[in-house]
Design a protein around this ligand. Structure first.
Ligand code: ADP
Length: 226
């Protein structure tokens, strides 16, 4: 599952667990788990995560390889945050082939101007952490927290220049991976994730997958086909 910062990818990955069999696997979450455990992987990954740098391909490839053989992945899984490089994508395709799975790419697409408007319109109370949106949920008094009267601030990573830089980095990183999957013949679904509520976007994704003949979970072990 791919989606730029601000596309709602994390939310959608969680919602999709309701209709796609198997767990939501986030390599970022796995790495943070190892860091919390202070184990060998965590120690090796810690500084890289702090600096916002990718961890080595071999490290995440090994984590994913170990994870996908767990029993809860028997019917599939949703991968989030992986692959992040073409090398990881190549390893993933080999891995899926070796365990008899096929891959599907879901790409959540949101107009970048919408993302910039939404994120740069966010304000936060530095005291209690409450988030406000200048467009959808503004504070009662401009610039002041409703709860404790503290002046609101724009978080550093919500500044427009920072957001545009993150979006540029996302494109640089992701376009080659999407091209690699296209050339490898992996089905690619481009989903407009910017014009509807999260549950409607999730429903749209499920409908498109069913229309493409992919088996979806209804509930428990029940499944539907197109
Ligand atoms: P974000 O979307 O904020 O980057 P993630 O939770 O996906 O958050 O990842 C957090 C960090 O974990 C990344 O910045 C990177 O350091 C590391 N990471 C996660 N997935 C990968 C991956 N597939 N390859 C390399 N590094 C990864």
């Amino acid at each position: 599952m791919f989606g730029s910062p601000g596309s709602g990818k994390g939310t959608q990955a969680k919602l999709l667990s309701q209709c796609i069999s198997g767990p939501h696997i986030s390599t970022g979450d796995m790495l943070r788990g190892h860091i919390a455990e202070h184990d060998e992987i965590g120690i090796a990954a810690q500084e890289l995560l702090k600096a916002g740098k990718l961890v080595p391909d071999d490290m995440v490839n090994a984590l994913v390889k170990q994870r996908v053989v767990d029993a809860d992945c028997d019917a599939g899984m949703i991968l989030d945050g992986y692959p992040r490089t073409v090398n990881q994508a190549r390893v993933l395709l080999e891995l899926l082939a070796s365990i008899g799975f096929r891959g599907i790419v879901l790409h959540l697409v949101v107009d970048y101007e919408k993302i910039v408007a939404r994120l740069s319109g966010r304000r936060q109370c530095p005291f209690c952490g409450t988030l406000y949106s200048l467009t959808t949920s503004p504070p009662k008094v401009a610039g002041i927290c409703d709860k404790d009267g503290t002046p609101l601030v724009t978080r550093e990573d919500d500044r427009e220049s920072v957001i545009r830089e993150r979006l540029r980095e996302y494109d640089l990183q992701t376009v080659p991976i999407l091209n690699f999957f296209k050339e490898a013949g992996v089905p690619l679904f481009e989903i407009d994730a910017g014009s509807a509520q999260p549950d409607q976007v999730s429903r749209k994704i499920c409908e498109e997958l069913v229309a493409a003949g992919i088996e979806l979970k209804v509930s428990g072990s029940q499944e539907i086909r197109a």
